[in-house]
Design a protein around this ligand. Structure first.
Ligand SMILES: C[S@@+](CC[C@H](N)C(=O)[O-])C[C@H]1O[C@@H](n2cnc3c(N)ncnc32)[C@H](O)[C@@H]1O
Length: 294
């Protein structure tokens, strides 16, 4: 809110500009934001995929209006060089395909919603949709009255699409462009960490260990973790990237000893193109003696 308040007029002005056109005005608006979030100009350009250009003979930052929408919502966390290739991939996916046409699209994420309803969380519970992309989960959670929602994703374009879809309702959601294998959420801040179709992209064991450490750090004592991955009979690739498929024992082993498995179930997702994909959903809770990082 506080970020929006002072800059509202500037954004209103900017959003009237043609889509990827530029002037010193966007630069003038982005500068106070990046100072507030302590992000260097170079990192802002690199992490958001913004470009430098020239106008009237002066160097300016090229800022598409979707990027301004994301910048207005929340910080871009520093993204390690290693994750940049992955970020580039996902930014391109969301910049070139409507969210309703990606293979993982669900108009209603019914199984996630059923599992979340069963947790009986209070309306002010903090729910983080990890790698939430442009998922409609946030829309449905808001409709259920849950109002402390955080959506984290590598791709600013995905978050911009979700924000555009939500319109005014997006203002109550925290949108974070960041890599979930790094500290994107405050310690012990989340009542629920929800991840559908993100963990399975981590094919390197050190990335999986980093992810679990971040989940353990961010989920508060008494909180929950819901992870959905491709099952053993699911696809070997998604979005052109390799994935790791899991059975219950495999996923449980990845999250032990930090988390204890509570329940598991499966789902067959039908992609917009009509293909069936097997998913495994696991519900974990933090292990009592392993709540915080070493
Ligand atoms: C297959 S999509 C699933 C999106 C969403 N969870 C859903 O079910 O609709 C995978 C998402 O994970 C995001 N992602 C991949 N690696 C990530 C990482 N290390 N940190 C944050 N997001 C990541 C991608 O940008 C993409 O939006």
């Amino acid at each position: 809110m506080y970020r929006l308040a002072g800059l509202c007029a500037g954004y209103a002005y900017l959003l009237k500009k043609p889509l990827s056109k530029v002037s010193r005005r966007p630069h003038a608006v982005v500068t106070p934001l990046r100072r507030r979030w302590n992000i260097s100009r170079r990192d802002l350009i690199r992490d958001r995929g913004l470009r430098e250009g020239a106008e009237d003979g002066k160097s300016v930052v090229l800022v598409p209006s979707t990027e301004i929408a994301v910048a207005a919502a929340g910080p871009t966390m520093p993204i390690a060089r290693k994750a940049m290739q992955s970020k580039d991939h996902w930014e391109t996916v969301y910049a070139t395909k409507p969210p309703t046409e990606v293979s993982w699209y669900q108009s209603a994420p019914t199984l996630s919603l059923d599992l979340i309803r069963k947790l009986d969380l209070p309306a002010d519970a903090t729910i983080a949709d990890i790698g939430g992309g442009a998922s409609t989960l946030v829309d449905h959670l808001l409709s259920l009255g849950l109002h402390r929602l955080v959506v984290v994703d590598l791709a600013g374009h995905a978050l911009a699409a979700a924000r555009d879809r939500l319109g005014a309702r997006a203002a109550g959601v925290r949108w974070i462009v960041g890599d979930v294998t790094t500290p994107v959420l405050p310690e012990a801040s989340a009542d629920l960490w929800h991840d559908r179709a993100v963990f399975h992209f981590l094919t390197a064991s050190e990335d999986r260990a980093a992810y679990v450490a971040q989940a353990r750090r961010a989920v508060r004592p008494g909180g929950h973790l819901i992870i959905a991955t491709f099952a053993l009979d699911g696809p070997t690739q998604c979005s052109g990237l390799p994935v790791v498929r899991y059975d219950v024992a495999g996923l449980r082993a990845e999250f032990a000893p930090a988390f204890d498995l509570v329940a598991h179930t499966t789902e067959t997702h039908t992609t917009p193109a009509g293909h069936a994909q097997s998913f495994l959903y696991c519900h974990f809770v933090p292990h009592p003696s392993a709540l915080m990082p070493d």
